[in-house]
Design a protein. Sequence first.
Length: 523
Amino acid sequence: MLTLQNISFSISGNLILDGVDLQLSGRQHMGLVGRNGSGKSTLFKIICRELEHDGGKIQQERGKLILSVKQEMPGEHMTPREYLLSRDLLRETLLNQLENCHNNPELMGEIYDQLIAINAFEAESRAAVVLKGLGFDEETQNTPLENFSGGFRMRVALGAILFQEPDLLLLDEPTNHLDLETTDWLKDFLNAYPKSFILISHDRDFLNDTVDGIFHLKNKKLTRYTGNFDTFLDTYSQKQKNIEEYNAKMELKRKHMMDFVRRFQVKATKARQAQSRLKTIEKMKFLPIESSDPTVAFNFPEPDTILESNIISYDRVSLGYGAKVVLKNVSGSIMGDDRIAIVGSNGNGKTTFAKFLAGELKQKKGTREANDKLKIGFYRQDLFEKLDIRKSVYDFVKNLMPNFSDRQVRSHLGQFGFSGDKVFQLIGELSGGERARLVFATLTINLPNLLILDEPTNHLDLEMRESLISSLTSYKGAIILITHDRHFLNRVANMIFVVANGGVTQFNGDLSQYETAVQSVRK
C-alpha cells in the first residue's frame, strides 16, 4: 500500500530525516515513537504530500486513501453530523448526480449500485456512532459547530477521518482533546479498525492497547519493531545492551593488539606481525551506539511546610460562570497527603472544580476553608500564553524571584533541566516540552504543598512524562490531577473523584474498576 525508500528531509540546512525506509501493506496497526522534535509529525506531512522530501522515493498503491487529521477547525455553520457527511466526497458527488438524472433510469440504476457499494445509505448511522463515541449526544450532533469550544471542534475533525475509514489512518496525538472516557472509546475503535493506521502518541497505555508494531524514529533513522510499546522497550534495551557488550569486547581486543604493536613494532623479528595487527586494528568496526537522550529534569522542591490534616474543606458549594451553574451542592475535603485523580467527561466541570480548589474561582453558594499555611501550585494550559516569548528563561524567572540571588535562580531552573547557556535562551525558541518545564519552574517558586495539575502531559514526550511521574511520586505535598493518560494516573494517584451530573463524588475503586463501570453504563 505504501513504501518509503531512502527518504531525506532538511529544514534550513538542518537534516531532520536521513535515509528513512518504511513499508506498509494489508492491515497493520503501528505506533510511531521518538523524542519531541525527532521528526514524527514531519514524516506524516511527507506521507500526505504536505511537505516535499529532499531525496528518496514514495510509492502509494493506486486507489488507496491516506488521511490525517487537519489542524484547521471544521466550518462553523455546519453541525457535527453535517460536517462528517460532507467529508465523504464520493457519496456527496453520487447523491448530487442522482438528483439530476430522474429522466435516465439506466443511469439512476448505475448510481444506486455505486451508492450501495460504498455503503452510502448507512453513512448517517455510521456518522452518529462515531460522534456518539467522541462525546456528542443526539442534540449536540445537530448543533452548529460555532457553539463548540476549539477542543470539541478538533474532536469533530478527528471524527471526520474516522468516519471515512481510509486505507491508512495517520493519527498525531489523537487523545490530546479527549477525556478518559472518550479515549477508551477510541482505543476500542482502533482495535477493531479493519485497515491500517500509524499512531503518534506519548500515552504509554494507549500505545500498548492499540498497536502491534512500533516505528522508532531516532537520530534521523526509522527502525521497525514487532509488538506493543512495552515489547519495543524490552527489545530496544536488550539491543543496546548487546551493542555495548560487543563494543566492549572489541575495545579489549583492540587494546591487546595495540599493546603488541607498541612493544614489538621496532623489533625486526616482530615488526611484520606488529604491522599486520595495526592493519587489523584499522579495519575493526564498532557497532554504532545511538546517542543517549538527554536527561529531562523535573525535581520539585520540597514544600517549606508539610501539612497532614485537612488543607481544604468545602461544604454545599455551587460553582459556575455568570448565570450558569456547572456544579452544585458539592461537599468534601482535601488532606495534606492526598493523591487525587479528577475524572469525568469533558464539559462536566473538572477544570471548574480545579479552579475552585485552587482559589481562582469563587463559589456561588456554600463555603470554602483553607489551611493558613497552604500554598498552591496550579498548572493549567493558559499559563503557556502568559510566558513572555521575548524574554530569556533566566530573565522571566528572575522577574518572579526578585529577592533571590543569581545562584538561587539558576539553581531553581536547574531542577527543571535548564542549565548552562540554556537559561539565556529566548522563551520563543523553546519547544513545547521545554515551555512546560518552565511553567512548572514558575509555579513551584513559592514551594507549594499542594499541586493542582490540569492536563500536565499534553506537551511532554514519553521520557519527559516518566521523569515527571518520578518527581511527583517523591513529592511530599498533596496532588490533584486531571489527565487522560491512564499510565500517568495509575502511577501518581491513589484516589478518584468523579465529576458528573452536576456533582463531585468519590469513587470507591481503582481506575480500571472505574473504566469498567463507565463501559457498563454505555452499554
